[in-house]
Design a protein around this ligand. Structure first.
Ligand SMILES: Cc1cc2nc3c(=O)[nH]c(=O)nc-3n(C[C@H](O)[C@H](O)[C@H](O)COP(=O)(O)OP(=O)(O)OC[C@H]3O[C@@H](n4cnc5c(N)ncnc54)[C@H](O)[C@@H]3O)c2cc1C
Length: 476
């Protein structure tokens, strides 16, 4: 194998190769610390040509490749197995913004650019790149596209798949497909771009992308709202679409349990309301039309205040705080975005990234929460997430003080009950995080034979030697 490593070094140089165990460590463990893999080497190419040469070498030597971006994935997709026969191919050195086309509302980037850098670059050009999620300071656009990431603005702009015009991809044979076309219309055969989006690195390596941009919002209203129930949250959102003139960009639901964890574990967190409530909604409206301070018309904040007042009279709202400036809005968002971090600090938990139709969410939640409690009466449910997309992180925290092995004995019963229910409601067992290795068996269990057969056919056709992130998404 040292000969193989020498060949890798000849392609990427010393700067692009990590072989010592200590430096490899952050690349072979995941954010949740659920996986610890081993890698022959961590390879960090600096260009598409270097990626192609590495893949050609691996194809010739039958060495498997695990593509990796920011390593914030939550299903073990970017983790090598324990065989030691795989390399991790990190795209993080490919971090250039290639072009910003303000006229055509697009941006071309290398796949290792961190999401936050893309958002900031768009903003500097008075444009918006709307993909937004709590890991945006570390995740890369290549990882976002490969997982078809969701986040907090999907209900208005769509998920990652909808934010892309073109791709450049290195195939499992080491060929470069240049699909960097900034076209809104292109019906020339099968859509290869869509095939690679959400493929979790199992069909090829995304090296560049042409992203869509939007006008930058000029008026944003953000509020933290106590609601009596998930039914009220869904009704509040339903009415908000028209009341905001179709300007709802985020609608997040949280239970008190999650907020309590944030207040306990994240320094500087403050409950925006004086009373304790069971359920909260973080609602955001944004518009490209500038606010008119002092005029009669006002802006989104005034409209939102009027809407929440009406909703309060109908019993849909118990209390609310509307952010008066950007700093206050950021503080409200921090309460939502720190849920995952706070859960991690609280101890072991079982995560379910599920979705059902928005209108069915309240009924599902009622049954789902009861099912969790039936499996383990002392468990602490922590449902939160993107109610506007029908997507919840329907999580379950261990009873206080339990260690991971004791809690995980209940994992199968709890997750089985939740997933059976989700499928009964016509929902998805993985709404935005993907399958990776975590949900490999669940996918095989819950998807139909026809779907699995088609997926396997695609994988075998594009990656006949099964070297591209094997053992992720679908077993062949
Ligand atoms: C606190 C926190 C909050 C999160 N919130 C959300 C959320 O709201 N919505 C959401 O969707 N996700 C969320 N995630 C999950 C994660 O951030 C996303 O999945 C993200 O898109 C992963 O990007 P990454 O660069 O870290 O990819 P990685 O974790 O490095 O990789 C993810 C997958 O993509 C593959 N991959 C990576 N780069 C490439 C490439 N260039 N070509 C081909 N394959 C590649 C990997 O092999 C792996 O299968 C969250 C994670 C954390 C830690």
């Amino acid at each position: 194998m040292s000969e193989f490593v020498d060949k890798l070094r000849a392609i990427v140089g010393d700067k692009g190769l990590i072989t010592d165990e200590q430096t490899k460590h952050p690349y072979v463990t995941d954010w949740r610390e659920n996986y610890l893999g081993t890698a022959l080497a961590v390879v960090r190419p600096a260009s598409t040509e270097e990626v192609a040469a590495v893949v050609k070498l691996c194809a010739a030597e039958k060495v498997a490749i695990v593509p990796q971006g920011g390593n914030t994935g939550l299903v073990g997709g970017g983790m090598p197995h324990e065989t030691g026969r795989e390399i991790v191919l990190s795209l993080t050195r490919m971090n250039r913004i290639v072009e910003v086309d303000t006229i055509g509302y697009s941006m071309t980037v290398e796949s290792g650019v961190v999401l936050k850098t893309i958002q900031e670059t768009a903003a500097a050009h008075d444009r918006l790149f709307p993909l937004s999620l709590a890991a945006e300071g570390s995740c890369t656009i290549g990882g976002n596209l490969s997982t078809n990431a969701g986040g907090v603005q999907v209900l208005h702009y769509g998920n990652a798949r909808h934010l892309v015009l073109g791709l450049e991809v290195v195939t499992p044979a080491g060929d470069i497909w240049n699909g960097l076309r900034a076209l809104k219309k292109d019906n020339t055969g099968y859509d290869l771009r869509d095939l690679y989006l959400g493929a979790e690195g199992t069909l090829g390596i995304i090296t560049k992308a042409v992203l869509k941009l939007w006008p930058k919002p000029k008026d944003i209203a953000t509020s933290w709202i106590a609601v009596p129930s998930p039914d009220a949250a869904v009704a509040l959102l339903s009415g908000a679409h028209a009341a905001s003139e179709d300007n709802v960009t985020s609608c997040e639901l949280m239970a008190r349990q999650g907020l309590d964890f944030v207040l306990k574990h994240i320094p500087g967190s403050v409950d925006p309301l004086t009373e304790i409530h069971d359920w909260y909604v973080l609602l955001e409206w944004s518009s490209t039309r500038a606010r008119r301070e002092g005029g009669n018309e006002g802006g989104l904040r005034e409209k939102m205040e009027a809407y929440l007042g009406e909703a309060m009279e109908k019993g849909l709202v118990l209390d609310a705080a509307i952010a008066q400036n950007e700093a206050q809005a950021r503080a409200l968002w921090a309460l939502r975005e720190n849920h995952a971090e706070a859960q991690k600090k609280e101890g072991p938990s079982i995560k379910h990234d599920i979705s059902v139709a928005v209108s069915k969410l309240p009924a599902f939640m009622k049954e789902g929460l009861a099912a969790m409690k039936k499996s383990l009466p002392d468990c602490r449910p922590v449902p939160f997430g993107h109610v506007g997309d029908g997507n919840l992180h329907f999580n379950c925290q261990s009873p206080p003080g339990w260690d991971k092995p004791s809690f995980m004995k209940y994992g199968e019963a709890i997750s089985g009950a939740v997933y059976d229910l989700v499928v009964g409601y016509g929902g998805s067992i993985s709404a935005e995080h993907g399958i990776g290795q975590l949900k490999l068996e669940d996918l095989a269990h819950y998807r139909s034979k026809v779907e699995l057969d088609v997926m396997r056919s695609v994988k075998r056709a594009l990656d006949p030697h099964n070297i591209m992130n094997p053992g992720k998404v679908i077993q062949v």
